[in-house]
Design a protein around this ligand. Structure first.
Ligand code: KIV
Length: 287
């Protein structure tokens, strides 16, 4: 018997395809730790991406390039312990798949074997086909990522929208079709014009997951720390704030400091006492 009720049915890559065909939008968010993974699963988010955005929003790096495989695996393990319903996708960090198809398979395998993930994501189009093919042949589902691919930040000269010329948009479409033919189960489209994302979504039979790509895609993904207002160093224009947790945290920390300074915390209900007779005994022992 399944451990899931019909509402809590485990989401797999097959559900992504079914949702595209049924025109049911796919909701994806990132997580990097156990409590957030639990909260996303409870909110019935379809898929959790342990993104290499980890590097910026949780580890404090300037961009995603310094993130290592070991850092990713450490955080994937925590997320996998917190979520049982969502499809879990691990993001392959810079140089974990670009160097050779052999490296790509070995590192993708670590996400499943050690990290508890169920699929991997990697950035790039036609130039990544040999690596993607090798990973797929090892039985590992692949989510592709086109458009603004943050690991190429220096090639782009900054975090700039992509696909804004006819030639660039045609190349994106060609790449997406090649990725589909190779067998990826979906493709993330980041920061590209909404009408280009719509065109790709119409031409592809696999789902498109947009981030800064407008409404006419098959699903959406955001960096959770951005949408919760937990990361204030840089917020892309396409992020919608659903909460302002930095402000909430700040208020809580200041209230705590004020309580400590005023000796208002802990109050009796937060403290432990001992029976009077034991206290009495202690007094006698000490006299
Ligand atoms: O690393 C990440 O979180 C991502 C998403 C923004 C798609 O790649």
């Amino acid at each position: 018997m399944s451990v899931y009720s019909s509402d809590d049915k485990k989401i797999t890559v097959r559900d992504f395809q079914r949702k595209k065909e049924a025109r049911e939008p796919i909701a994806m968010l990132t997580a990097y730790d156990y409590p957030v993974a639990r909260a996303l699963d409870r909110a019935r988010i379809d898929s959790i991406l342990v993104g290499d955005s980890l590097g910026m929003v949780a580890l404090g790096y300037d961009n995603t390039l310094p993130v290592t495989m070991d850092e990713m695996i450490h955080h994937c393990k925590a997320v996998a312990r917190g979520a049982s319903r969502a499809l879990l996708v691990g993001d392959m960090p810079f140089l974990s798949y670009q160097t050779s198809p052999v490296d790509a398979v070995r590192n993708a395998g670590r996400f499943l074997q050690e990290g508890g993930m169920e699929a991997v994501k990697l950035e790039g189009g036609r130039e990544m086909l040999p690596a993607i093919q090798a990973i797929l042949e090892a039985g590992i589902p692949v989510l592709s990522h086109l458009g603004l691919t943050p690991q190429s930040v220096h090639k782009f000269g900054g975090m700039r929208p992509q696909g804004r010329t006819a030639e660039a948009a045609r190349r994106l479409l060609e790449d997406a079709l090649l990725l589909e033919q190779t067998g990826v189960f979906a493709v993330v489209l980041e920061s590209i014009p909404a009408r280009v994302a719509k065109l790709l979504t119409e031409r592809l039979s696999i789902p498109t997951i947009g981030i800064g790509a407008g409404l006419d895609v098959d699903g959406q993904v955001l960096v959770t720390n951005d949408m919760l207002g937990l990361y204030d160093r840089f917020t892309p224009r396409f992020v919608k704030r659903y909460a302002n947790l930095l402000e909430d945290m700040n208020r809580a920390f200041e209230a705590y400091r004020a309580d400590v300074q005023a000796r208002a915390f802990p109050s009796p209900e937060h403290a432990t006492d001992m029976p009077d007779e034991e206290w009495q005994k202690l007094q006698e022992m000490l006299t």
